[in-house]
Design a protein. Structure first.
Length: 207
């Protein structure tokens, strides 16, 4: 899914589609742990692009807009979100989100909440816009720290635009990370094996 083209084109349907999801509660809003910040992926740890190198942006506060098609901040406590985005010279982009919860139990619930949003994302997209067909594929769990799962999302519009994304959710203790990769294309263009390696690296680097 192109960060330059497709995110803006589907933003309106994404906003309308993100009402679903389990509501999580925390002892106090904004009370996320202030422990040492988790480490982020570097550009070299993303799935290799065949014709362009990756460029990493700075680590900043906030929620990456690239996740907005499937994952949002609705229904969760006011955590301190941190993000890093990546791009190539072409149409491929990536993003990573990290969230530190107050307890491992809250982090486990948050990770499940995010994975549920990704799992049901295609249904919400199609319900929000009849001109878009969407499909989510489950690429399975990964045995890293407290676990991770990788899923794929393909969208096709009535005017012929095709985008594919890979998304993963992983957890280490109180910290949850979400990784997104996207470009124009379909499932056959998605580097699933390389993205699984990226996800394992992302979760391992959390602490």
């Amino acid at each position: 899914m192109s960060t330059r083209i497709r995110v803006s084109a589907l933003t309106s349907l994404a906003v309308a589609a993100l009402a679903a999801g389990t509501v999580l509660t925390a002892p106090a809003a904004g009370a996320a742990s202030k422990a040492a910040s988790p480490k982020f992926l570097s550009a070299s740890q993303l799935p290799p692009h065949p014709t362009s190198s990756w460029t990493a942006g700075p680590v900043t506060e906030g929620f990456p807009e690239e996740l907005g098609l499937c994952v949002s901040t609705e229904g969760v406590p006011s955590y301190d979100y941190r993000q890093r985005t990546f791009h190539t010279d072409l149409d491929t982009g990536a993003a990573q989100l990290t969230v530190v919860a107050d307890t491992p139990a809250l982090a486990k619930a948050l990770a499940k909440h995010y994975d549920d949003l990704i799992r049901t994302c295609a249904d919400r997209i199609e319900a929000a816009d009849p001109d878009v067909e969407a499909e989510v594929r489950d690429y399975g769990k990964l045995p890293v720290e407290e676990g991770a799962r990788v899923r794929g999302l393909h969208t096709e519009t009535s005017w012929g635009a095709n985008d594919v994304a890979l998304l993963s959710v992983g957890r280490d203790g109180k910290t949850v990370t979400v990784v997104w990769w996207g470009q124009m294309g379909d499932f056959g263009d998605a580097p699933v094996t390389a993205f699984k390696k990226t996800t394992k690296t992302a979760v391992t680097k959390l602490y």
